[in-house]
Design a protein around this ligand. Structure first.
Ligand code: NAD
Ligand code: TYD
Length: 342
């Protein structure tokens, strides 16, 4: 494992993982293969392209394009695929699921076929805790049934099932990680934490869905990257690993903490109509990844504090996104007229 193709490497977690791998393994080469959708951004990799010019390459391409995927694998002597490429935002999947089915299901299939035909050493699928659906009590293990409830979660689950089927049917060397909510540098400001931090910095309302008592496990992106690295190198082939802090936080408490850290008034919280089918709670049992020797370096609170600091210090990154026409149109469509007056 020395030549990695990191699909979706221009997105949030993929760009953090690319930088992390090039830093950690001086002998590795990485080619980022990314379609550059609204969520893909070469600014995320600007420093990486400069620092690792001899071991890093970028190819603009779609994982649904079988010929493009094969050509990239051949030209760069790729032996391992780490697949981050996906449509990732639940609210967009509710408005328009089409691209989710294309990329998260068909695109995953294309990568599996390429892995099989070209005899790669590993195809790693980056998946999500959302495949398990709402978890009323306790914490779920990797062997628990999947029960996705949004088009996004259903598309990711379908990808996972295809990855497992390829392992069982063709003996493909695959691994899967299912991560809890990630936060940290370079996360597109549609996801709740960067959205709330950047809105608060501009004294704009923070649109909190429903009663705000939904529960998530907000983990720091580099903790997640370390765990993926560990699974790639030490994980069992054909195995699934849950990744998260294993603790929980209510959205209302996450929101209050962001406002406190920024010294902004709690009155910026604006209750809005809830997301349809909103999963109230996610909770992962992380015993299996811990048994491999991994531990998160940050609690949810520490992850939030570090993330807030990054957005305060990196307006150059998020201001152009938020002022762009694509973002503005999305924001209007998603939030206009949704306020609940108390
Ligand atoms: P992101 O939306 O920030 O980035 C996705 C990247 O994939 C973008 O660079 C985009 O251009 C690229 N992409 C989309 N469609 C593509 C296609 N057809 N071909 C090639 N590239 C394409 O996403 P993220 O938050 O970094 O998530 C990365 C992965 O991690 C996803 O698979 C997601 O399901 C999973 N995940 C995310 C979280 C989270 O909290 N963000 C948690 C667990 C798992
Ligand atoms: P999100 O970042 O979209 O991640 P996911 O739904 O995939 O876990 O949302 C995290 C939580 O925050 C989720 O419970 C929905 C909630 N949320 C809001 O309250 N307001 C918002 O504007 C957004 C985007 C999310």
């Amino acid at each position: 494992m020395r030549n990695l193709m990191i699909t979706g490497g221009a997105g949030f977690i993929g760009s953090n993982f690319t930088r992390y791998v090039l830093d950690r393994y001086p002998e590795y080469h990485v080619v980022v293969y990314d379609k550059l959708t609204y969520a893909g951004n070469l600014d995320n990799l600007e420093d990486t392209a400069e620092r690792f010019a001899d071991r890093y390459a970028f190819v603009r391409g779609d994982i649904c394009d079988a010929a493009g995927v094969r050509e990239t694998i051949r030209s760069y002597g790729v032996d391992t695929i780490v697949n981050f490429a996906a449509e990732t935002h639940v609210d967009r999947s509710i408005m328009d699921p089409d691209a989710f089915i294309q990329t998260d299901v068909y695109g995953t299939f294309v990568l599996l076929e390429a892995t099989r035909e070209l005899g790669l050493e590993r195809m790693h699928q980056v998946s999500t805790d959302e495949v398990y659906g709402h978890v009323p009590v306790g914490a779920l293990q990797e062997t628990d049934p999947v029960a996705p409830r949004s088009p996004y979660a259903a598309s990711k689950t379908s990808g996972d099932l295809m990855v497992l089927a390829y392992h069982i049917t063709y003996g493909l060397p695959v691994t899967i990680t299912r991560g809890a909510n990630n936060i940290g540098p370079y996360q597109y400001p549609e996801k709740v934490v960067p959205l709330f931090v950047t809105n608060a910095l501009d004294d704009l309302p923070l649109p909190l869905y429903g009663d705000g008592l939904q529960v998530r496990d907000y983990q720091y992106v580099l903790d997640h990257c370390e765990a993926i690295d560990l699974v790639l190198h030490e994980g069992g082939v054909g195995e699934i690993y849950n990744i998260g802090t294993g603790t929980e936080m209510r959205n209302l408490d996450m929101t209050r903490l962001i406002l406190e850290l920024l010294n902004k008034p709690q009155s910026l919280i604006q209750p809005v109509q809830d997301r349809p089918g909103h999963d109230r709670r996610y909770a992962l049992d992380v015993t299996k990844i811990r048994a491999l020797g991994w531990e998160p370096a940050h609690t949810c609170e520490e992850a939030i504090a570090k993330t807030v600091r990054w957005y305060v210090e990196n307006e150059w990154w998020w201001r152009p996104i938020k002022s762009g026409e694509h973002y503005q149109a999305y924001y209007r469509q998603q939030y206009e007229g949704r306020e609940i007056e108390s």
